[in-house]
Write a protein that binds this ligand. Structure first.
Ligand SMILES: [Zn+2]
Length: 482
């Protein structure tokens, strides 16, 4: 292909038109190829790129596509807009490899029929421990899309900062978004207008955002803003240390539930995706043990232990999320004391927690820290300070979301997996990129490609040209070291 290449759309769907625009922009930016949108009525020029919706049975699966390179051009076909979007990503990869001269691109004739293995192909980002600007959130989502990942788990609240504007409770961001780091004011938050723009940006890239509002623990920033929803009444400060803290939301006070329900109402209105994550991890029970109102609620409701009280807390808020026509997600601690039947469980402590959740009938996203925690060290020497752990690229690539000897009748409960990025030791976006890439590349292959095709040696060979694509996108990836 040389000069300006025609791009035909055999569809009037707005989503597909957006995908075509995306292809034009990315082709120009990263492959030095100029595409020009043309209608079918205009005279055919060869070679051309054609995007079309197909009713073919093999393309009916969400995300499936067919990419054909033939003498008269390139054809991208899919049953859904997401499928066409992934066909575009594959084409961009092929073109960036083929483009060895500015004015000539040659691709061999080929046919690719492809589809994802898992429906939840996720990445998480903690914006509480450190805050990242809107521009970086967009870049992060774009890089997820480039790797055909489709879920962005946005960890918006924690002890060290509340990062989402809630109109009804302005102190959450006036107070809760800011902390004193070495005497300096540190923090920030996303306004609702910024969030709406990010949601649109993600939708255009077939990425669903899963917002997380942590409860009942990891609540210091919220309680610093509204101490009346704690057991002791405070006062509290937005935390400056990392860790797990004793002051958590008080379930003995009915008003706590009203407060959280009102917050969830606003969150549900901002994010059109199906899921809302309500945390549920690492909640100490010492305040509940020593609070009359909490103990009275336990007695009145027949709850024997504080774990039962946590289950009551999560069930109540999960029930509220369902009234909003959304599905609750929680960390695997919500299994303790019994999780609401409809909750999706994120297994982070171990694969076994995911197995238990699946056996109890829950949908499961596997995110075990031994494979999926990208805040861990990825090398043995000369690495920037990290929280701990050791999860190098090869370990990530060896991850298998379906445990060995898992009953095949239950595999449909494991809907996918996710990489988690806790940012205690990542003060800026360049550091996040260093920790995430290329581990994300390994995870994305696990989540997309058939298990049988996996080969570490082959992956390493393919990663080399892929790192050049990351470089072109100004990603501060970690260099491969031998
Ligand atoms: Zn209490």
């Amino acid at each position: 292909m040389t000069g300006t290449v025609p791009l035909y759309l055999e569809s009037t769907d707005t989503k597909i038109s957006n995908i075509a625009d995306y292809l034009v922009t990315e082709c120009h930016r990263y492959c030095q190829i100029n595409l020009k949108r043309m209608t079918m009525a205009e005279s055919r020029v060869i070679p051309a790129i054609t995007l079309s919706v197909s009713q073919e049975r093999q393309l009916a699966y969400e995300g499936a596509y067919k990419l054909t390179v033939h003498d008269s051009g390139i054809s991208l076909q899919a049953g859904t807009p997401a499928g066409l979007f992934y066909a575009v990503q594959t084409l961009l990869q092929l073109l960036s490899m083929a483009s060895n001269s500015i004015d000539m691109v040659v691709l061999p004739n080929l046919e690719i029929v492809d589809r994802p293995r898992f429906s939840w192909r996720g990445m998480h980002l903690d914006v509480s421990r450190h805050f990242f600007p809107v521009e970086f959130i967009r870049k992060y989502i774009n890089m997820l899309a480039f790797h055909k990942m489709n879920m962005f788990h946005w960890h918006l609240t924690d002890d060290q900062g509340w990062r989402i504007e809630i109109k009804r409770y302005p102190r959450l961001t006036e107070i809760g978004a800011w902390r004193k780091d070495d005497g300096n004011r540190y923090g920030g938050f996303y306004s609702q207008d910024e969030i709406r723009a990010i949601v649109t940006y993600a939708e255009e890239r077939c990425v669903t955002i899963v917002p997380e509002i942590e409860m009942p623990g990891h609540a210091s920033a919220a309680l610093a803003s509204y101490p009346e929803y704690s057991c002791t009444g405070g006062p509290f400060a937005v935390e400056t240390r990392w860790g797990v803290f004793d002051d958590v939301y008080c379930p003995g006070n009915k008003a706590t539930f009203t407060f959280l329900e009102n917050i969830l109402d606003e969150v549900a209105g901002l994010f059109p995706g199906r899921y809302i994550h309500i945390g549920g991890d690492e909640c100490p029970k010492v305040r509940w043990q020593n609070h009359d109102l909490c103990q009275r609620l336990m007695k009145d409701s027949g709850l024997k232990t504080e774990n039962d009280l946590q289950a009551y807390f999560i069930s109540r808020l999960a029930g509220h999320i369902e009234t909003l026509k959304k599905s609750p997600v929680g960390w695997d601690e919500i299994l303790d004391g019994g999780a609401p039947a409809t909750a999706t469980i994120m297994a982070w402590r171990s694969m076994q927690k995911g197995v238990e959740a699946a056996e109890a009938g829950h949908d499961v996203v596997m995110t075990p820290m031994t494979y999926c925690y990208f805040d861990h060290y990825q090398g043995v020497a000369d690495e920037p300070k990290a929280i701990g752990g050791f999860t190098p690229l090869q370990t990530v690539y060896s991850f298998e979301p379906i445990p060995a000897e898992f009953p095949s009748a239950m595999t449909s409960h494991i809907i996918g997996a996710q990489g988690n990025v806790w940012t205690e030791y990542m003060a800026d976006s360049k550091h996040v990129e260093y920790m995430v890439f290329p581990r994300l590349c390994a995870l994305s292959e696990i989540l997309w490609s058939p298990r049988e095709t996996r080969s570490w040696a082959d992956f390493l060979e393919r990663l080399k040209p892929h790192l050049l694509r990351l470089k072109a996108r100004h990603i501060n990836y970690r260099q491969l070291r031998i």
